[in-house]
Write a protein that binds this ligand. Structure first.
Ligand SMILES: [Zn+2]
Length: 245
C-alpha cells in the first residue's frame, strides 16, 4: 500500500504548472514531506481548504519516488487570526521558515512538530514577539544547540557581572570575552527570561510578561545562536524588520 495518512502542517505552497501547487509539509512521524496537490488552484477543488499555508490538515498521500501526491485532505486547525492579521502572519511565516532552515531531510520529530503546532496556536492569542522568542529558545534545545549559560563556554569559570557577553557556544567570562567576538550582551534579567523560555511549556506562556527591552535582547542573541546553523539569512526576518519600521 503506497497510500498513507498523516496530520501535517503546511509550511509552504508554491504554484506549479497550470493549477497545481507544490507543498512542503511537516508531519510528526515523517518530518518534511514534499507533495504535489493537483488542481487546487481551481475554485471548485475539494482539496483547496486543507492545503493553505500555515494550516494543520489531515492528509491522505500517495508516496511517489521523489514527490508524494495529495489524494485527500481536511483542515484540522485553520488559525484565523494568523491569516487575518499581517503581523501574526509574518511571525508565523518566520517560524515555518526557521524550522525548515534548521532541519535537514525527512527525519521524524514529533517534538518539533508539537513545538510548531503549539506556537501557531499561541500566535492566535499571545504577543507575537514573545511566541517567536519562545519558539527559537525551544528550537535550540530540541536541536541540541542549547548554549552554555551556567558558566563560561570557553574556560568553564563562573560568569560574573550584571551584563554578560554572548559567545558562539554560550556566555563568556570577562577574561575570555575580550579574546572572542561576542554575539551581543545579555542582562541578568534577560538571562533569567531565556532560561525560563528554554524550559517553558506552551500552556504557561500566556502568563509570561517580558518588557520590550528584554524581548529585543533575546531576539539578538537567539538570532546569533540560530544563525550559526543557517546557510543564509531568512527572508521572513527582513520582512518582519520592515514591518516594525
Ligand atoms: Zn572564560
Amino acid at each position: 500500500m503506497r497510500l498513507y495518512k498523516t496530520t501535517a502542517i503546511v509550511l509552504q505552497s508554491v504554484p506549479y504548472r497550470e493549477a497545481d501547487v507544490l507543498l512542503t509539509l511537516y508531519a510528526p512521524a515523517r518530518g518534511k514531506i514534499r507533495a504535489l496537490a493537483k488542481g487546487v488552484r481551481r475554485p471548485k477543488s475539494r482539496l483547496r481548504g486543507g492545503v493553505q499555508p500555515l494550516t494543520q490538515s489531515s492528509f491522505v498521500l500517495y508516496a511517489g519516488r521523489t514527490l508524494d501526491t495529495v489524494t485527500q485532505c481536511q483542515p484540522e486547525a485553520t488559525f484565523p487570526r494568523i491569516h487575518a492579521e499581517l503581523e501574526r502572519w509574518a511571525y508565523a511565516n518566520y517560524l515555518a521558515e526557521l524550522l525548515l532552515a534548521c532541519i535537514g531531510g525527512s527525519e521524524e520529530s514529533p517534538a518539533l512538530f508539537a513545538l510548531l503546532l503549539a506556537a501557531l496556536h499561541l500566535l492566535e492569542d499571545e504577543e507575537p514577539a514573545l511566541v517567536a522568542r519562545f519558539f527559537a529558545a525551544r528550537l535550540l534545545v530540541l536541536l541540541g544547540y542549547g548554549p552554555e549559560l551556567s558558566r563560561c563556554a570557553a574556560c568553564g569559570r563562573a560568569v560574573t557581572g550584571d551584563v554578560l557577553t554572548v559567545g558562539a557556544e554560550g556566555l563568556l567570562c570577562q577574561e575570555c570575552a575580550t579574546a572572542q567576538t561576542g554575539g551581543g550582551r545579555l542582562s541578568r534579567r534577560s538571562l533569567a527570561a531565556l532560561e525560563y523560555l528554554m524550559r517553558a511549556r506552551p500552556a504557561t506562556l500566556g502568563r509570561v510578561r517580558l518588557g520590550e527591552a528584554v524581548l529585543e535582547e533575546l531576539e539578538t542573541v537567539l538570532d546569533f545562536w540560530l544563525g550559526r546553523h543557517l546557510e543564509r539569512p531568512l527572508k521572513s526576518v527582513a520582512f518582519l524588520h520592515g514591518l516594525k519600521r
